[in-house]
Design a protein. Structure first.
Length: 226
C-alpha cells in the first residue's frame, strides 16, 4: 500500500513563525534530512526516520538522536547528493502520492535552487511535490493546476523551469494570460495576484514553478488541487 503523504523536514532556515499546522496533521510519515531532526525536536514534532550524514547536528544532538531510538540512515559526508535529495529518494521508495518539504527555502541560494529543482524530480516520478514555508507554497505546474487554498489578494508568480513554457493560460488572476509563452530568462510571470476564485493555471508544454504567497499573515492551509 502506498504511503499517501510524506513530510520531509529539511535543515535549512526555519521561520520563527510556527510550522503550518496542517503539515504535521496530514503527514502519514515524517522524514528528517540531517539537521531537520533538531529543528523538529525543538518544536515537539515526532520524526519517523532520519537520513543524511549528520554533519548539521552537534555532538549532543547526535547523542540525543541515538538515545531517542529514531531509525537513522547515516550516509558518508563525501557524496554526490545532498541530504535532502537522499530524503526525497527515500520518500519516493515508499511510493507516496504526495511529498511536502519544509525548511528548504532561504539561506544559501545554491541549495534553495537545487531544492526547487527537486520538485521536478518528484513530478517526473508522478508524485505531487511542494516546498512550504509559513508564508508561501512552491510547486510545479504541468497541464492544469487549481490554486485551491488561494484567497483573493494572495500573490502568485509563474516562472518557467524549462527554456520556454507555452500555451500558458490563467484564470482568477489580476493579470490574465491566454495561450502565452513564458521564458526562463524573463520576469514576465512575477508578481501576479489572485483577483477572483477559483484561480488556476494551465500549461500546454513546459514546466512552470508556481509560487503562491499568502496575504494577511495567513498560512493557506489545505492542498493544492492538481
Amino acid at each position: 500500500m502506498a504511503t499517501r503523504e510524506v513530510l520531509i523536514l529539511a535543515a535549512g532556515p526555519w521561520s520563527e513563525n510556527p510550522i503550518p499546522e496542517d503539515l504535521v496533521a496530514q503527514a502519514h510519515l515524517i522524514l528528517a534530512a540531517d539537521g531537520g531532526w533538531a529543528q523538529a525536536v525543538a518544536r515537539g514534532i515526532r520524526v519517523d526516520r532520519v537520513v543524511g550524514d549528520l554533519d548539521s547536528l552537534r555532538g549532543d544532538e547526535i547523542a540525543l538522536l541515538r538515545q531517542s531510538g529514531t531509525p537513522t540512515d547515516v550516509h558518508p559526508r563525501e557524496k554526490d547528493r545532498t541530504d535532502l535529495e537522499i530524503a526525497v529518494d527515500e520518500a519516493l521508495r515508499l511510493s507516496p502520492d504526495r511529498v511536502v518539504i519544509y525548511g528548504a527555502v532561504g539561506g544559501r541560494i545554491d541549495q534553495t535552487l537545487a531544492n526547487i529543482f527537486l520538485l521536478e524530480k518528484l513530478a517526473g516520478a508522478g508524485v505531487e511535490g511542494e516546498l512550504r514555508t509559513p508564508e508561501e507554497r512552491l510547486f510545479v505546474a504541468q497541464g492544469e493546476r487549481t490554486l485551491t487554498p488561494a484567497a483573493v489578494g494572495d500573490g502568485v508568480s509563474l516562472l518557467s523551469l524549462t527554456d520556454r513554457a507555452e500555451g500558458v493560460t490563467t484564470w482568477g488572476l489580476r493579470y490574465a494570460l491566454s495561450g502565452a509563452a513564458l521564458e526562463r530568462a524573463s520576469t514576465r510571470g512575477v508578481s501576479n495576484e489572485v483577483e477572483s476564485l477559483p484561480a488556476g493555471v494551465r500549461v500546454g508544454t513546459g514546466i512552470l514553478l508556481v509560487v503562491l504567497r499568502f496575504a494577511g499573515g495567513r498560512q493557506g492551509l489545505g492542498r493544492i488541487a492538481a
